[in-house]
Design a protein around this ligand. Structure first.
Ligand code: PRT
Ligand code: ZN
Length: 287
């Protein structure tokens, strides 16, 4: 009997391709071929990768052509298919925003009443406008949305933004974020038991990789009389590990801190008397 495989839909090329392949690699899943094939089997984990256009992924997952997919939350919301969002993946971060000409008369969302908005996200935009009780006409275009106001096609745009430089070069300013997005793992709603087991095992690895990315290992030397105040700054997984150094009166302290607290905590550690602080990336973290 051949073992069942979990079919994973990944964007064939574009902004999510690298992040998706990198995540699978960090999960220890070998994918031998590049993206020149539609379908690739892993050599060491029961998954098959399907390379597709991102817009098609929600529908293919709904229809069980693929079992799960890596796709932007923006595409999930826009396509509105029957899929389950299982996990945020931490890459492909962006926001869907409303933007208007920088020096024009429009200043806020309420000014959009009766105006024309160009977007590739008519479904999300319509829901947002309805909720805010604003009636604008939505002009759907598939690309180069940012030039619409300049060529007189629309008064405002609703488009994805990451660095903001596209808006800047087109003399547009953001007035409202409609959706914060990142790549997510979506799943078909009726996976077989054996596919659920493979998915659980994949999720276990994804969570370990993501957790490790959000944390750093800290190693430092502390004079024993400052240990207490230094340890208070370090939450660690349970509590910091403290080992005596060969030099009398000094200890080595090992702990884990989260990426978001990083700079703040490092400065405080230094101020509290810590020396020889080493910050080491963590490869995987299993709690
Ligand atoms: O061919 P296919 O249909 O698969 O790809 P695509 O061209 O539709 O999508 P692609 O590869 O451009 O984007 C895939 C996904 O990446 C999107 O659905 C988002 O989830 C995510 N993502 C993250 C982005 C951006 N950041 C992003 N900045 N998608 C698009 N952009 C565009 C945006 O539309 C605008 O034109 O980049 C420009 C703005 O970028 P900044 O940095 O100048 O603000
Ligand atoms: Zn697309």
């Amino acid at each position: 009997m051949t073992q069942e495989t979990l079919k994973i839909a990944v964007q064939k090329s574009g902004r999510l391709y690298e992040g998706s392949m990198q995540l699978l690699k960090e999960c220890g899943i070998e994918i031998s071929n590049g993206n020149n094939q539609l379908r690739v089997l892993s050599g060491n984990f029961p998954v098959e990768i399907f390379f597709l256009r991102d817009d098609d992924i929600p529908e293919y997952v709904q229809d069980a052509v693929a079992d799960i997919g890596f796709v932007g939350q923006n595409v999930v919301n826009e396509k509105n298919k029957q899929v389950q969002v299982i996990e945020k993946l931490g890459f492909g971060k962006c926001r869907l925003s409303l933007a208007v000409p920088k020096n024009g008369p429009l200043q806020s969302v309420n000014d959009l009443n009766g105006k024309k908005i160009a977007t590739s996200y008519p479904v999300i935009l319509a829901a947002f406008l309805k909720e805010k009780n604003i009636s604008s006409s939505i002009h759907e275009i598939s690309g180069s949305v940012e030039i619409a106001p300049r060529i007189g096609l629309a008064d405002a745009i609703c488009d994805l933004v990451s660095s903001g430089s596209t808006l800047f070069t087109n003399e547009l300013k953001e007035i409202e974020t409609i959706l914060s997005s990142e790549a997510v793992l979506v799943s078909n709603k009726e996976l077989s038991t054996s596919k659920k087991i493979i998915l659980e095992s994949l999720l276990f690895r994804i969570r370990a990789v993501r957790k490790a990315k959000n944390n750093k290992y800290v190693l430092l030397n502390a004079p024993n009389n400052k240990l207490e105040s230094i340890c208070k700054l370090l939450p660690g997984m349970k509590s910091p590990t403290i080992l005596p150094l060969a030099e009398p009166g000094w200890s080595s302290v090992h702990s884990v801190i989260s990426e978001s607290d990083f700079w703040n905590v490092i400065e405080q550690l230094k101020a509290a008397g810590a020396q020889g602080i080493l910050i080491i990336p963590i490869e995987k973290m299993v709690m």
